[in-house]
Write a protein that binds this ligand. Structure first.
Ligand SMILES: NC(=O)c1ccc[n+]([C@@H]2O[C@H](COP(=O)([O-])OP(=O)(O)OC[C@H]3O[C@@H](n4cnc5c(N)ncnc54)[C@H](O)[C@@H]3O)[C@@H](O)[C@H]2O)c1
Length: 425
């Protein structure tokens, strides 16, 4: 078989993971059902800013990377890593339909000695209670004929100080043999692997990490609202507090937490707890703060303009991805904020160098160029995402009013009146 791995789901997690294996000399068979992704990758076109077309193209040309929708091609790999979405249903419960689809399809092609690793974030028990029974339809026996492991993905897209190889990797197996197998593979690729005693512990560790961020960012957003009331600069307060060398970790306010992970994973935990008649009040409260942020920001904008409604106003939103330097708009608070602005009767436009178009309330908008005219025509420019490339001085020199949710304008000035979230101004 040689050094060949399969990766199912070539999205924000699966594609960078494929690259990590490719860089280590592995051949990779990537399986995805999205034809447009297969087409783009086969032509050497990357859809992630962190991955260059050039490198991708060289792997494709050398046939070190093969992308396909055909699960049968996985029969020649030693390990298959699953990176499919684990979103929420409209009722805010876990939607494991992608994973179930993968498990069923994979069971038809599972081969003797193969290692299967689940990387999608999910509630404790998913690997053992949902995936294992599906794979056993193959007739193969776990720990003897095939191996099953769970290793949560910790990638932070857009980040360059930590790469996939240097972020310690939590691993776990259903049996000891399964744990040995995943250790054997992952220690050839990742600088540090951290073995825990069960997939449940590994699944729960991921939920702890993301719930911790969810609760703490929501707390600092509530704190920012208090600072607004008290007319104290929350950013200065955080900078002062973080000089304490122990016992304090800085989190920063913003327009609300987005993305496929941090607002979603805690609700997987909540669902799991509810099954046992339990509940996390912290998660409930953090969720309510988080979804209230876009409304709060629109309220502050109206107050600063001295109006009770935005009807007839022109609002220009800058940045619609859920965080800086990436093109992912899933669960982005910018979209909720834009919806409110439209409902208020304002004329809405947006600009995001990484997101050429978005659909809000069924209406597709195209990203505007940031120039003197577009900026000066807006009654208020709202900075929602602080991409590194933003022409911040141009924005401050030509806008009437800038509402900054990220503190990117700190210490800067221009013609515009500048209001920063959490400063009371
Ligand atoms: N995005 C992140 O920053 C991040 C970080 C850590 C963990 N995670 C977790 O990783 C998992 C994947 O997230 P993502 O952001 O990469 O999602 P994504 O939507 O970007 O990518 C998932 C890919 O899976 C493909 N897919 C869906 N069903 C399939 C099937 N049956 N067979 C083959 N391919 C299929 C989709 O077409 C898509 O390309 C989720 O559980 C997520 O919570 C994401």
């Amino acid at each position: 078989m040689g050094h060949k791995v399969g990766i199912i789901g070539l999205g924000y997690v699966g594609l960078p993971l494929a690259f990590t294996f490719l860089q280590r000399g592995y051949s990779v068979i990537g399986v995805d059902l999205d034809e447009s992704k297969i087409r783009a990758l086969s032509n050497g076109q990357s859809y992630l800013p962190d991955i260059s077309d050039e490198t991708l193209f060289s792997y494709v040309v050398q046939k070190q990377l093969i992308v396909t929708a055909d699960y049968a091609s996985l029969s020649e790999v030693e390990a298959v890593i699953i990176c499919v979405p684990t979103p929420l249903t409209p009722l805010h419960t876990p939607d494991l339909s992608y994973l179930v689809q993968v498990g069923s399809a994979l069971s038809k092609h599972l081969k003797q000695d193969q290692l299967i690793v689940l990387e999608s974030s999910t509630y404790p028990g998913t690997t053992r209670e949902v995936l294992q029974p599906l794979l056993e339809k193959s007739g193969l026996k776990i720990g003897i004929d095939y191996y099953l492991a769970y290793s949560p993905e910790r990638i932070d897209p857009g980040r360059s100080d930590y790469t996939l190889e240097t972020i310690p990797k939590i691993i776990s197996g259903i049996t000891n043999r399964c744990a040995d197998k995943v250790f054997g593979l992952y220690s050839t690729v990742f600088a540090e692997v951290v073995l825990v005693s069960s997939p449940e512990a590994a699944e729960m560790a991921k939920l702890l990490e993301n719930s911790y961020r969810f609760v703490n960012i929501s707390f600092i957003n509530e704190f920012a609202m208090l600072c607004d009331k008290m007319k104290i600069d929350v950013w200065e307060v955080i900078d002062a507090a973080k000089t304490k060398p122990y016992g304090f970790k800085a989190f920063y306010p913003g327009p609300g937490i987005g993305g496929h992970c941090i607002p979603v994973d805690p609700l997987y935990l909540q669902w799991s707890a509810n099954l046992l008649g339990s509940n996390s009040k912290f998660i409930d409260y953090a969720h309510s703060i988080n979804i209230s942020m876009p409304n709060y920001i629109v309220g502050r904008i109206k107050a600063s303009m001295g109006v009770s409604a935005l009807v007839g106003m022109t609002i220009l939103v800058i940045g619609v991805s859920y965080k800086r330097n990436i093109n992912d708009t899933r669960e982005s608070s910018a979209l909720s904020l834009m919806k409110i602005v439209i409902q208020e009767g304002a004329h809405l436009s947006y600009s995001d160098p990484l997101v050429p178009e978005v659909t809000v309330n069924g209406e597709t908008l195209m990203s505007l160029e940031l120039n003197e005219q577009n900026l000066s025509e807006a009654d208020c420019v709202v900075i929602v995402t602080d991409h590194s490339e933003l022409p911040i001085q141009l924005i401050l020199d030509h806008s009437k009013l800038v509402y900054d949710t990220r503190n990117i304008t700190h210490g800067l000035s221009g013609k515009a009146r500048i209001i920063r979230l959490g400063t009371g101004i």
